[in-house]
Write a protein that binds this ligand. Structure first.
Ligand SMILES: [Zn+2]
Length: 137
């Protein structure tokens, strides 16, 4: 039986600039032209001042594990053969924390504070996804 990989809605207008950036191997987050605040996840208005003058800025591609979980059950059949896998919330500084799958299959050494870097997984011509992998540096 073939299962289809569940994928995010990359054309959602709120997230489209983020997914477009991943295809260029960049991470972008929203920033507010009125007050300079950076925010993630994207929203219609600035969390800090409620302005709707939002744009996008490049974010760091390295961070530290703020928190994580290890999945031992698949929420979708596609993930069954990939168990166990990690999900990491990486702290990139400036209040930006982005959750993405952990790229490394060895999840035993995953812990808070570990340095991670972006791994861009090209799924197909339309979709590239972010994962976090251990930063050897
Ligand atoms: Zn603002």
């Amino acid at each position: 039986m073939t299962t289809h990989r569940p994928l995010p809605q990359t054309e959602d207008p709120l997230y489209a600039p983020y997914f477009a950036a991943l295809k260029r191997r960049e991470i972008v987050v929203q920033y507010c032209a009125a007050c300079g605040h950076q925010q993630w996840p994207p929203r219609e208005r600035c969390f800090a001042c409620h302005s709707d003058q939002l744009g996008w800025q490049a974010a760091p591609q390295q961070g530290t594990v703020y928190t994580y979980m290890v999945a031992h059950r698949a929420f979708d059949p596609w993930f069954k053969d990939r168990l166990p896998y990690g999900l990491v919330v990486a702290d990139l500084g400036n209040g930006i924390r982005i959750m993405a799958p952990y790229a490394d299959t060895d999840v035993d050494d995953l812990e808070c504070g570990v340095k991670v870097q972006a791994f861009f997984e090209r799924v197909d011509d339309d979709v590239t996804l972010l994962q976090w992998e251990r930063n050897p540096g």
